[in-house]
Design a protein around this ligand. Sequence first.
Ligand SMILES: CC(C)(COP(=O)(O)OP(=O)(O)OC[C@H]1O[C@@H](n2cnc3c(N)ncnc32)[C@H](O)[C@@H]1OP(=O)(O)O)[C@@H](O)C(=O)NCCC(=O)NCCS
Length: 190
Amino acid sequence: MVVYTPEWQSFHRLKDGTVAVLRLVRPSDKPLFRQAAAEMSAETMASRFFSPKPRFSDSELTYLTEVDAIDHLAVVALRRRSRAGDRPVGDETTDWQGIGAARFIRHQDDPTIAEFAVLVHDQCQNAGLGRELLHHLAQAAQERGIKRFKGDILATNTAAFRLIDSVAPGAEWLTNGIIAIVEWDLRHSR
Ligand SMILES: CC(C)(COP(=O)(O)OP(=O)(O)OC[C@H]1O[C@@H](n2cnc3c(N)ncnc32)[C@H](O)[C@@H]1OP(=O)(O)O)[C@@H](O)C(=O)NCCC(=O)NCCS
């Protein structure tokens, strides 16, 4: 039975009491990605994209949100903005805030391996959301026949090291200057 369908959702309570909803990404999520990029710190965006990224271009938004959910899949986390004053200025249309995303992209030369990445909004870090996103991403990948995840992490990124050690205690690390390459067998994910 396939669990990670467009209907799948899961919930995670954050430290401030708000509840994150996790589900697969949709093409209609572009405004959430655009707003999240504007809200996120330069450090968080640089840790994920390896370069400053104050905004996404239209083609990047298409790439990030229009995925086939087989070879390229993303789990997103969002929460309701509690008060009208929390909404982005000039945007009365969305009551939701994008607060995290984890994605995999299957390797073309070996379909059992996928590249993964994860990002959590600064306001919601260190509250278990990265772990939750990565856990579900690994489960969804296994459903689709992926056996191993690989990723590039800045060698100074302590939070990402701790996150991966928590989800994949047997992960293998190879540090190559400023980049650490991590790889793990998804059967050992927690
Ligand atoms: C890395 C990142 C995704 C972690 O997400 P998160 O929601 O903060 O992580 P969690 O709360 O699930 O914590 C997972 C583990 O990391 C630890 N951790 C989280 N933030 C930490 C920090 N700033 N410093 C040290 N450890 C940290 C937690 O204590 C936890 O460890 P434990 O399981 O041993 O208790 C988040 O910091 C982030 O988005 N960073 C920018 C993007 C990035 O670096 N992505 C990774 C490369 S693709």
